[in-house]
Design a protein around this ligand. Structure first.
Ligand code: GLU
Length: 288
Protein backbone atom coordinates (compact mmCIF):
# COMPACT_ATOMS: atom_id res chain seq x y z
CA UNK A 1 0.00 0.00 0.00
CA UNK A 2 2.78 2.29 1.08
CA UNK A 3 4.88 1.40 -1.93
CA UNK A 4 1.97 1.84 -4.27
CA UNK A 5 1.28 5.29 -2.89
CA UNK A 6 4.93 6.28 -3.17
CA UNK A 7 5.04 5.00 -6.71
CA UNK A 8 1.91 6.94 -7.52
CA UNK A 9 3.43 10.08 -6.02
CA UNK A 10 6.58 9.74 -8.06
CA UNK A 11 4.54 8.96 -11.13
CA UNK A 12 2.53 12.11 -10.61
CA UNK A 13 5.70 14.13 -10.03
CA UNK A 14 7.21 12.79 -13.23
CA UNK A 15 4.09 13.83 -15.11
CA UNK A 16 4.22 17.31 -13.60
CA UNK A 17 7.90 17.65 -14.49
CA UNK A 18 7.29 16.41 -18.01
CA UNK A 19 4.42 18.86 -18.33
CA UNK A 20 6.60 21.69 -17.10
CA UNK A 21 9.37 20.74 -19.51
CA UNK A 22 7.20 20.78 -22.60
CA UNK A 23 5.14 23.68 -21.29
CA UNK A 24 8.15 25.96 -21.56
CA UNK A 25 7.61 27.34 -25.01
CA UNK A 26 3.87 26.80 -25.29
CA UNK A 27 3.48 29.03 -22.21
CA UNK A 28 4.14 32.07 -24.30
CA UNK A 29 2.03 31.01 -27.22
CA UNK A 30 -1.06 29.90 -25.36
CA UNK A 31 -0.56 31.33 -21.94
CA UNK A 32 -1.86 28.04 -20.65
CA UNK A 33 1.34 26.70 -19.11
CA UNK A 34 2.52 27.24 -15.58
CA UNK A 35 2.64 31.03 -15.95
CA UNK A 36 -0.54 31.84 -17.85
CA UNK A 37 -2.54 28.87 -16.58
CA UNK A 38 -1.91 29.21 -12.88
CA UNK A 39 -2.23 32.95 -12.74
CA UNK A 40 -3.97 33.68 -16.04
CA UNK A 41 -7.33 35.38 -16.07
CA UNK A 42 -9.09 32.73 -18.17
CA UNK A 43 -8.38 30.09 -15.52
CA UNK A 44 -9.18 32.46 -12.68
CA UNK A 45 -12.45 33.55 -14.30
CA UNK A 46 -13.59 29.92 -14.37
CA UNK A 47 -13.93 30.28 -10.60
CA UNK A 48 -16.44 33.08 -11.17
CA UNK A 49 -14.38 35.89 -9.65
CA UNK A 50 -11.99 38.58 -10.87
CA UNK A 51 -10.41 41.66 -9.33
CA UNK A 52 -10.27 44.77 -11.49
CA UNK A 53 -7.89 47.64 -10.81
CA UNK A 54 -9.61 50.92 -11.68
CA UNK A 55 -9.34 54.62 -10.92
CA UNK A 56 -11.53 56.05 -8.18
CA UNK A 57 -11.35 59.82 -8.70
CA UNK A 58 -11.81 60.35 -12.43
CA UNK A 59 -15.39 61.44 -13.23
CA UNK A 60 -16.84 59.73 -16.30
CA UNK A 61 -14.03 57.15 -16.36
CA UNK A 62 -13.53 55.60 -12.94
CA UNK A 63 -15.21 57.23 -9.97
CA UNK A 64 -15.89 55.75 -6.56
CA UNK A 65 -18.94 56.93 -4.63
CA UNK A 66 -19.30 54.96 -1.43
CA UNK A 67 -18.61 51.39 -2.47
CA UNK A 68 -19.88 51.95 -6.02
CA UNK A 69 -17.64 52.56 -9.00
CA UNK A 70 -18.94 54.22 -12.15
CA UNK A 71 -17.55 55.37 -15.48
CA UNK A 72 -16.47 54.21 -18.91
CA UNK A 73 -13.58 52.09 -17.58
CA UNK A 74 -15.98 50.43 -15.17
CA UNK A 75 -18.38 49.58 -18.03
CA UNK A 76 -15.48 48.24 -20.10
CA UNK A 77 -14.44 46.11 -17.11
CA UNK A 78 -17.97 44.71 -16.86
CA UNK A 79 -17.95 43.83 -20.57
CA UNK A 80 -14.66 41.97 -20.08
CA UNK A 81 -15.89 40.18 -16.97
CA UNK A 82 -19.06 39.11 -18.77
CA UNK A 83 -17.07 37.89 -21.77
CA UNK A 84 -14.97 35.79 -19.43
CA UNK A 85 -18.07 34.33 -17.81
CA UNK A 86 -17.79 36.28 -14.55
CA UNK A 87 -21.05 37.75 -13.22
CA UNK A 88 -21.07 41.35 -11.97
CA UNK A 89 -21.40 40.01 -8.44
CA UNK A 90 -18.07 38.22 -8.95
CA UNK A 91 -16.19 41.46 -9.64
CA UNK A 92 -14.05 42.98 -6.91
CA UNK A 93 -13.07 46.59 -7.59
CA UNK A 94 -9.73 47.78 -6.34
CA UNK A 95 -8.55 51.36 -6.60
CA UNK A 96 -5.28 51.85 -8.42
CA UNK A 97 -3.33 55.05 -8.92
CA UNK A 98 -1.16 55.70 -11.96
CA UNK A 99 2.10 54.68 -10.27
CA UNK A 100 1.05 51.29 -8.91
CA UNK A 101 -0.69 49.70 -11.91
CA UNK A 102 2.23 47.55 -13.13
CA UNK A 103 3.13 46.49 -9.57
CA UNK A 104 -0.46 45.56 -8.72
CA UNK A 105 -0.65 43.34 -11.81
CA UNK A 106 2.76 41.77 -11.19
CA UNK A 107 2.00 41.08 -7.53
CA UNK A 108 -1.44 39.66 -8.31
CA UNK A 109 -3.21 42.32 -6.23
CA UNK A 110 -5.47 42.78 -9.25
CA UNK A 111 -6.17 40.48 -12.19
CA UNK A 112 -6.97 43.12 -14.78
CA UNK A 113 -6.31 46.87 -14.93
CA UNK A 114 -8.75 49.15 -16.77
CA UNK A 115 -7.61 52.58 -15.62
CA UNK A 116 -6.95 55.13 -18.38
CA UNK A 117 -3.82 53.05 -18.87
CA UNK A 118 -1.67 54.05 -21.84
CA UNK A 119 0.00 51.21 -23.72
CA UNK A 120 3.70 51.91 -24.13
CA UNK A 121 6.96 50.01 -24.51
CA UNK A 122 8.28 50.68 -21.02
CA UNK A 123 5.11 49.27 -19.44
CA UNK A 124 5.07 46.37 -21.90
CA UNK A 125 8.30 45.15 -20.28
CA UNK A 126 6.28 44.47 -17.15
CA UNK A 127 2.70 43.70 -18.22
CA UNK A 128 0.71 42.56 -21.24
CA UNK A 129 -1.81 44.88 -22.87
CA UNK A 130 -5.03 44.11 -24.72
CA UNK A 131 -6.77 46.98 -26.50
CA UNK A 132 -6.63 49.84 -27.21
CA UNK A 133 -10.30 50.46 -26.51
CA UNK A 134 -9.94 54.26 -26.65
CA UNK A 135 -7.30 56.75 -27.79
CA UNK A 136 -6.86 59.93 -25.75
CA UNK A 137 -4.34 62.75 -26.04
CA UNK A 138 -2.45 64.80 -23.44
CA UNK A 139 -3.92 68.26 -22.89
CA UNK A 140 -4.07 71.04 -20.31
CA UNK A 141 -6.74 72.14 -17.86
CA UNK A 142 -6.43 75.81 -16.96
CA UNK A 143 -8.57 78.54 -15.34
CA UNK A 144 -10.98 80.10 -17.87
CA UNK A 145 -9.02 83.37 -17.93
CA UNK A 146 -5.59 81.71 -18.29
CA UNK A 147 -3.14 82.84 -20.99
CA UNK A 148 -1.80 79.29 -21.39
CA UNK A 149 -2.59 78.14 -24.91
CA UNK A 150 -0.56 74.95 -25.16
CA UNK A 151 2.55 73.18 -23.88
CA UNK A 152 4.74 75.86 -25.48
CA UNK A 153 3.39 78.46 -23.05
CA UNK A 154 4.28 76.51 -19.91
CA UNK A 155 7.69 78.10 -19.30
CA UNK A 156 7.96 79.03 -15.62
CA UNK A 157 4.41 77.84 -14.98
CA UNK A 158 3.43 75.43 -12.22
CA UNK A 159 2.01 72.38 -13.90
CA UNK A 160 0.46 69.58 -11.92
CA UNK A 161 0.31 65.92 -12.94
CA UNK A 162 0.47 62.47 -11.41
CA UNK A 163 3.57 60.45 -10.60
CA UNK A 164 4.00 57.36 -12.74
CA UNK A 165 1.86 58.79 -15.54
CA UNK A 166 2.89 59.36 -19.15
CA UNK A 167 1.84 63.07 -19.07
CA UNK A 168 4.12 63.79 -16.07
CA UNK A 169 6.97 62.05 -17.88
CA UNK A 170 6.36 64.06 -21.05
CA UNK A 171 6.54 67.34 -19.12
CA UNK A 172 9.86 66.21 -17.61
CA UNK A 173 11.38 65.24 -20.94
CA UNK A 174 9.82 67.61 -23.50
CA UNK A 175 8.85 70.69 -21.46
CA UNK A 176 11.66 71.08 -18.95
CA UNK A 177 10.98 74.81 -18.51
CA UNK A 178 7.72 74.07 -16.76
CA UNK A 179 7.70 73.55 -12.98
CA UNK A 180 6.22 70.12 -12.54
CA UNK A 181 4.32 69.38 -9.35
CA UNK A 182 3.34 65.74 -8.85
CA UNK A 183 0.62 64.16 -6.74
CA UNK A 184 -0.64 60.58 -6.70
CA UNK A 185 -4.03 61.42 -8.21
CA UNK A 186 -5.46 63.99 -10.58
CA UNK A 187 -8.20 65.12 -8.22
CA UNK A 188 -5.46 66.51 -5.94
CA UNK A 189 -4.09 68.46 -8.91
CA UNK A 190 -7.54 69.83 -9.70
CA UNK A 191 -7.99 70.93 -6.08
CA UNK A 192 -4.61 72.70 -6.32
CA UNK A 193 -5.73 74.38 -9.55
CA UNK A 194 -8.96 75.55 -7.93
CA UNK A 195 -6.94 76.94 -5.02
CA UNK A 196 -4.54 78.77 -7.30
CA UNK A 197 -1.49 76.76 -6.15
CA UNK A 198 -0.79 75.59 -9.71
CA UNK A 199 -1.34 77.20 -13.12
CA UNK A 200 -2.40 74.10 -15.05
CA UNK A 201 -3.17 70.41 -14.73
CA UNK A 202 -1.97 68.10 -17.44
CA UNK A 203 -3.15 64.64 -18.38
CA UNK A 204 -5.37 63.04 -21.03
CA UNK A 205 -8.03 65.29 -22.56
CA UNK A 206 -10.85 62.91 -21.70
CA UNK A 207 -9.86 62.90 -18.02
CA UNK A 208 -9.61 66.70 -17.92
CA UNK A 209 -13.00 67.07 -19.60
CA UNK A 210 -14.50 65.02 -16.76
CA UNK A 211 -13.15 67.39 -14.13
CA UNK A 212 -14.12 70.51 -16.08
CA UNK A 213 -17.72 69.31 -16.25
CA UNK A 214 -18.08 68.72 -12.49
CA UNK A 215 -20.77 71.05 -11.10
CA UNK A 216 -18.46 72.55 -8.45
CA UNK A 217 -16.08 73.75 -11.17
CA UNK A 218 -18.73 75.01 -13.58
CA UNK A 219 -17.45 78.08 -15.43
CA UNK A 220 -14.04 77.93 -13.70
CA UNK A 221 -11.82 75.80 -15.93
CA UNK A 222 -11.30 75.10 -19.61
CA UNK A 223 -9.51 72.32 -21.45
CA UNK A 224 -7.06 73.98 -23.86
CA UNK A 225 -8.09 71.57 -26.61
CA UNK A 226 -4.78 71.02 -28.41
CA UNK A 227 -3.77 67.45 -27.59
CA UNK A 228 -0.02 66.93 -27.84
CA UNK A 229 0.35 63.16 -27.53
CA UNK A 230 -1.38 59.92 -28.37
CA UNK A 231 -2.52 57.82 -25.41
CA UNK A 232 -3.96 54.48 -26.49
CA UNK A 233 -5.82 52.99 -23.52
CA UNK A 234 -4.98 49.34 -22.92
CA UNK A 235 -6.18 46.66 -20.57
CA UNK A 236 -3.34 45.33 -18.46
CA UNK A 237 -2.88 41.70 -17.46
CA UNK A 238 0.14 39.68 -16.33
CA UNK A 239 3.02 39.73 -18.78
CA UNK A 240 2.91 35.98 -19.44
CA UNK A 241 -0.88 35.81 -19.78
CA UNK A 242 -1.00 35.81 -23.56
CA UNK A 243 -4.19 33.73 -23.58
CA UNK A 244 -5.95 36.21 -21.30
CA UNK A 245 -4.80 39.13 -23.40
CA UNK A 246 -6.02 37.50 -26.61
CA UNK A 247 -9.33 36.64 -24.99
CA UNK A 248 -9.86 40.28 -23.98
CA UNK A 249 -9.15 41.39 -27.54
CA UNK A 250 -11.76 38.90 -28.76
CA UNK A 251 -14.23 40.30 -26.21
CA UNK A 252 -13.51 43.84 -27.45
CA UNK A 253 -14.08 42.72 -31.04
CA UNK A 254 -17.49 41.38 -30.08
CA UNK A 255 -18.29 44.53 -28.09
CA UNK A 256 -17.53 46.67 -31.13
CA UNK A 257 -20.22 44.94 -33.16
CA UNK A 258 -22.88 43.90 -30.62
CA UNK A 259 -23.51 47.46 -29.39
CA UNK A 260 -22.12 46.97 -25.89
CA UNK A 261 -19.09 49.23 -26.45
CA UNK A 262 -21.36 52.01 -27.71
CA UNK A 263 -23.68 51.51 -24.76
CA UNK A 264 -20.75 51.68 -22.31
CA UNK A 265 -19.85 55.07 -23.79
CA UNK A 266 -23.40 56.40 -23.93
CA UNK A 267 -24.07 55.46 -20.30
CA UNK A 268 -20.97 57.32 -19.11
CA UNK A 269 -18.80 59.79 -21.05
CA UNK A 270 -21.41 60.08 -23.79
CA UNK A 271 -23.74 61.88 -21.38
CA UNK A 272 -21.75 65.02 -22.11
CA UNK A 273 -23.02 64.82 -25.69
CA UNK A 274 -19.74 63.54 -27.16
CA UNK A 275 -20.61 60.81 -29.67
CA UNK A 276 -19.24 57.30 -29.15
CA UNK A 277 -15.88 56.78 -30.81
CA UNK A 278 -15.39 53.88 -33.17
CA UNK A 279 -13.56 50.97 -31.60
CA UNK A 280 -11.03 50.24 -34.35
CA UNK A 281 -10.51 46.50 -33.95
CA UNK A 282 -7.84 46.46 -36.68
CA UNK A 283 -5.54 48.24 -34.20
CA UNK A 284 -5.84 45.75 -31.33
CA UNK A 285 -2.50 44.63 -29.87
CA UNK A 286 -0.75 41.42 -30.84
CA UNK A 287 -0.55 40.35 -27.19
CA UNK A 288 3.14 39.55 -26.65
N1 GLU B 1 -3.02 57.62 -19.85
C1 GLU B 1 -1.96 58.16 -19.05
C2 GLU B 1 -1.21 57.08 -18.31
O1 GLU B 1 -1.53 55.94 -18.43
C3 GLU B 1 -2.45 59.23 -18.11
C4 GLU B 1 -3.63 58.88 -17.30
C5 GLU B 1 -3.32 58.17 -16.02
O2 GLU B 1 -2.35 58.56 -15.33
O3 GLU B 1 -4.03 57.24 -15.71
O4 GLU B 1 -0.24 57.36 -17.64
Amino acid sequence: MRITRLAATFGAMALVLAGAACGGSSDKAGGSGSGGGASGIVGKAAGGKLTFGVKADQPGLGLQTGSTYTGFDIEISKIIAKGLGVPESGITWKTTVSANREAYIQQGQVDVVVATYTINDARKQKVNFAGPYYVAGQDLLVPVNSTITGPESLTGKKVCSVSGSTPAKRIQTDHKDAQLQQFDSYSKCVTALAGGQVDAVTTDDIILAGYASQPQYAGKFKVVGKPFSTEPYGIGVKKDDTAGCNKINDILKAAATDGSYKKAWEDTLGKSGKPAPELDTSKLTNCS
